[in-house]
Design a protein around this ligand. Structure first.
Ligand SMILES: [Mn+2]
Length: 329
């Protein structure tokens, strides 16, 4: 996930809003979650993204002891709204407990926690606590990232449910949507993203998304990886649509099976940067081996545990959340 730029703006959220301002694949299937009752679904929440969205989208708010808790309040409010929808039975949320991960050891320029608003950072742990207090399983990521936990869980549990719904607008997650039972969900837009949507949006199927990101670069923030010089969305998708993966693209452009503009220049950049591109692809590839110990049954949401919730509400001055609880454990 990409988070904030130097001025403190949520970059991915902004990009997401921009992409929704024109008709796109995200708009293709507007189905409210609540109509899906009777279908067994696992809902996986990108907790870090939701916290960023909550922090930048909600007014400031102080707990009785003076701590800033605006982001946590908004996160809890929106999660309770989601839990109130019929059809929501199995839920888990993953969080980047720290921003740094194994990817920082692979590439020096990879994103770090540096530049994140301290007031937001201070709400990382309280946000995890909020989810647990609502009765939602929380996966804390240190070595791995939130995306890796969601990918691991999606593939581990997909055969046990009718559908896995991943609550995130993150384009990295698109690489999972080749399985027709795994879809993305843009909560604010109430829109789903599937494999066909990925092809429509990026011009390549889900399994080529890591290659696509590696070539184009993930430069939404200063902490992303740069991609290959001159390789843009059009040339990358054209060649990957033809070849599938970076290693299948011939060094010599005269052997290319499709025409792209500036082929000689692109081929030169590829010959020069093939190793870099493969490293960037590794950075962009979600891991499916995060050690998660839960079974699907453990992820069943059984209601909000009343006593700890009430204590947490008092401690944070969240009295209004009491009436938002759809079901007590
Ligand atoms: Mn991501």
């Amino acid at each position: 996930m990409q988070f904030v730029d130097r001025s403190g703006q949520v970059v991915e959220e902004r990009a997401h809003v921009a992409s929704l301002s024109r008709p796109g694949p995200e708009r293709r299937a507007w189905v409210p979650l609540g109509t899906l009752a009777g279908v067994k679904q696992l809902h996986l929440i990108d907790g870090t993204y939701e916290l960023f969205r909550a922090f930048y989208g909600a007014p400031e708010r102080s707990a009785p002891d003076g701590r800033e808790v605006g982001g946590v309040y908004s996160l809890a409010m929106s999660t309770l709204g989601m839990l109130a929808e019929s059809g929501v039975t199995h839920v888990a949320a993953a969080f980047d407990t720290v921003i740094e991960s194994f990817r920082n050891d692979l590439f020096a320029g990879y994103k770090t926690g540096e530049g994140i608003d301290p007031e937001l950072l201070a709400q990382f742990a309280p946000a995890e606590e909020a989810m647990r207090t609502l009765g939602v399983t929380v996966w804390q990521m240190y070595e791995f990232e939130t995306d890796d936990a969601l990918a691991t869980a999606a593939e581990r549990f997909v055969d046990e449910v009718d559908r896995v719904v991943i609550h995130t607008p993150d384009k990295d997650m698109s690489q999972l949507y080749g399985n027709p039972k795994i879809v993305g969900y843009l909560r604010r837009e109430r829109a789903f993203m599937d494999g066909a949507g990925v092809i429509e949006k990026f011009g390549v199927p889900p399994e080529s998304i890591p290659d696509y990101l590696a070539l184009v670069g993930d430069t939404a923030t200063a902490d992303g990886f740069p991609g290959l010089k001159g390789w843009g969305a059009k040339s990358s998708s054209t060649l990957l649509d033809w070849y599938g993966h970076i290693e299948e693209i011939p060094d010599d452009e005269s052997e290319w099976g499709v025409k792209v503009r500036g082929a000689a220049r692109l081929a030169a950049a590829l010959r020069e940067g093939r190793d870099d591109a493969l490293l960037f692809r590794e950075l962009a590839t979600l891991r499916r081996d995060v050690p998660l110990t839960e079974s699907l049954d453990d992820l069943e949401w059984r209601g909000v545990p009343r006593e700890p919730f009430e204590a947490w509400v008092r401690e944070n001055g969240f009295d209004r959340l009491m009436e938002r609880v759809p079901r007590w454990a």
